[in-house]
Design a protein around this ligand. Sequence first.
Ligand code: 4AD
Ligand code: MG
Length: 431
Amino acid sequence: MKKITIQEMPKHVGETVKMGAWLANKRSSGKIAFLQLRDGTGFVQGVVVKAEVSEEMFATAKGLHQETSLYVVGEVTEDTRSAFGYELQVKEIQVISESTDYPITPKEHGTEFLMDHRHLWLRSKKQHAKMKVRNELIRATYEFFNDNGFVKMDPPILTASAPEGTSELFHTKYFDEDAFLSQSGQLYAEASAMALGKVFSFGPTFRAEKSKTRRHLIEFWMIEPEMAFVEHDESLEVQEQFVSHIIQSALKNCKLELEILGRDISKLEKVKAPFPRISYDDAIEFLHKEGFDDIKWGDDFGSPHETAIANHYDLPVFITCYPTGIKPFYMQPHPDRDDVVLCADLIAPEGYGEIIGGSERIWDYDLLKQRIEEHGLDQEAYNWYLDLRKYGSVPHSGFGLGLERTVSWVTGADHVRETIPFPRLLNRIYP
Ligand code: 4AD
Ligand code: MG
């Protein structure tokens, strides 16, 4: 008999098949038992009719506990009432391994309890759907960059440099030397772009940030493209094409997951390039008109500010040319002004906040050296980075997209902790 997965059921209607599964939930009466089965590829209802199986089999079905693992044999049928569209008419059940007193029951649990049981919580239908969407965004990311001539490069995790400022570094020892966990692969991506033209990195990054918000993780995954001979405006075009591609891919390939999550997709459907752009100067003026008296030119935006700006548009919006003082040392100054830099943050709609930070990079040796000094960085650690400006320097730009914030936006998650399998949060490293 053919062993299939739930995902493969549509191709086997009318056939009797075998499947490995866990019991997610169960409902039964004297004559019929409805088994909610899951196998990792999906969720399906298995129907056990007393009159059609042995008495012993029916008793087994009725006595199954949540998360018991099974082999089931049954006939695949269509079922127009369920979102999945198929059902299994169960003929045989073989228990592989019992599960007793599974801690996560169908009733409501508090967040802390669920986070303590994250290793099990991942099995739940909505958590499963979020991981599938995350996977689709990852798949579509590779597709986009591979189709557009980018080469994947892998920056080191253990580093001696601090691209995004020294206050949020995870310190560690590297034998006798001091080292940090990477905050961003950008500086290494820049070196790689000078070797390979257009590159992207995709890996874990670490911020020892004492932020306890719904948008901050201590360990998160970032996609960081870097492009030689590409200037600020051209980089924004790549960004909007990239974001459109991954959103449209998720809409196309994760229909069922988004339905399970109850996501209103009408706003996501509109996400197609080009995206609007507003300068930092105009954004400040806009906020003043909206009654935000607390913010003045030179301040960074908080999430209420970002949300107010985002709510003004249907699409993600680029806020461009921030004041030099609130941005990292490597950003290229504006050609006509020395108080702002050629950068942009991309703000997602619906209050999901900044998903991309990017800029053109300083490519003049003396200016970069000066900035490293002004930021109090140890030049020794950056000599290799300065070398890139010594041997055939070129204009280049890049950006970083935070995967978890993007998954939050697409899935409608109200906290990034549900968008990564095992979140590292302030005060949480278990499980
Ligand atoms: O704006 P950030 O700090 O930019 C950089 O690290 C640049 N070096 C990227 C580059 O140009 N190559 O971070 C980029 C993105 C943010 O827009 C956000 O989506 C995400 O990374 N991010 C976080 N996500 C979750 N938790 C955190 N603590 C995050 N910090 C940044
Ligand atoms: Mg940023």
